[in-house]
Design a protein around this ligand. Sequence first.
Ligand code: C5P
Length: 240
Amino acid sequence: MRVFVILPAAGLGTRMTAGHPSLAAPKQFLELAGVPILIHTLRAFAEVPQVAAMYVAVRASEIDRLTAQVRDYGFAGKVHVVEGGDNRQESVANALNAIECDPGDIILVHDAVRPLIDAATIERTIRAVEKHDAAIVGLPAVDTIKQVERTADGAIITSTIPREYIVQAQTPQGFRCHLLRRAFAEAAADEFVGTDEASLVERAGAQVAVVLGSPANFKITQPGDLELAEFYLQRQPAHH
Ligand code: C5P
């Protein structure tokens, strides 16, 4: 059993750069403690011995820049750069098509912009996939969750979802290769587009287990998040 990692990194990061024209680079290329965010992410997965290869999906215009970084940071041979698509699902599909995996191999998909993932959580996810065939990292909700209806006047609550039934989906999201391929094929046939891989696997009829995540594994999305990431990083310097 081998583990392959897909890192979708082809987003434009428009929420990050809105109103900040000086932040010219897409967010996955912004630096955290002097190192590009994506490199922190690659380092975390490179620490896990079962990982055989990593596939990063980026926009066509970023392929050269990333290929140079992969070389400069010593990942040549272990990291493959593929072209991303118009949405996250397409980016992951392109990477999935580039991987030659056996049915029982494991594929982990992880947001490039969650650089504070740690090796222990990655290893727990792999073990859960070995047991259940599908597992994602999730964070129990601490806030009370409301379902709302959007109106011209703003949001109106339609119901309260008991928070013990809620986890917030993080990544990595891991699956046996045969299951992920079937889920992607069925989604493509039905023109279903989801915001994570688990939603495709759920609709393919498989059960997906949840592994406990951590608040540090958050998605760098908006201005201010970089400072928050630096704060978490200072508390776990050994890993990065
Ligand atoms: O936009 P969002 O924050 O949900 O993006 C999650 C991840 O998916 C990011 O790492 C982003 O770069 C990636 N993505 C992608 N291709 C797209 C859109 C987003 O690889 N077309």
